[in-house]
Design a protein around this ligand. Structure first.
Ligand code: HEC
Length: 86
C-alpha cells in the first residue's frame, strides 16, 4: 500500500473535514484521475471525472460501505478476500 493509493482513497471519505483535508482530498482526486498514477477512472465513475470506465462500481457513498480506513484498504488491496470472483 503506498501513499498515492491512500490519498486517492481519501477522496471518497466524506468525513475528512479537518483543516488541510480539503487540499489532501483535491490532491488525492487529482492522483486518482492521472493515468500514470492511480488511474482509478479507467474502471470507476468518480465525481468530476471525465470519460470514466465501468469495469468497477461507481465510487459513491464509499464511507457508508467501508467504515474504517483499514476496511477500505482491504477491499482495494485484495477484493478476492470478500468476493472470490473479483
Ligand atoms: C482495472 C480496473 C480497476 C482499476 C484501475 C481500479 N479499480 Fe477499484 N475496483 C475494480 C473492480 C472490478 C472492483 C469490484 C471488486 C469486487 O468484485 O468486489 C473495484 C472495487 C473498488 C472499491 C470498492 C467499491 C465498492 O462499492 O465496494 C473501491 C473503493 C475501489 N475499487 C477503489 C479504487 C481506487 C481508489 C482505484 C485507483 C487507485 C481503483 N479502484 C482502481 C476495478 C478497478
Amino acid at each position: 500500500m503506498n501513499k498515492l493509493l491512500l490519498l486517492a482513497l481519501c477522496l471518497s471519505l466524506v468525513a475528512c473535514n479537518y483543516p488541510g483535508m480539503q487540499q489532501r482530498l483535491a490532491t488525492g482526486k487529482d492522483l486518482s484521475f492521472q493515468r500514470s498514477k492511480g488511474n482509478c477512472l479507467a474502471c470507476h465513475v468518480i465525481e468530476d471525472g471525465e470519460d470514466p470506465g465501468n469495469i468497477g462500481p461507481a465510487l459513491v457513498n464509499i464511507q457508508e460501505k467501508y467504515r474504517s480506513r483499514q476496511q477500505l484498504k482491504d477491499i482495494i488491496w485484495d477484493a478476492t478476500q470478500f468476493n472470490a470472483n473479483a
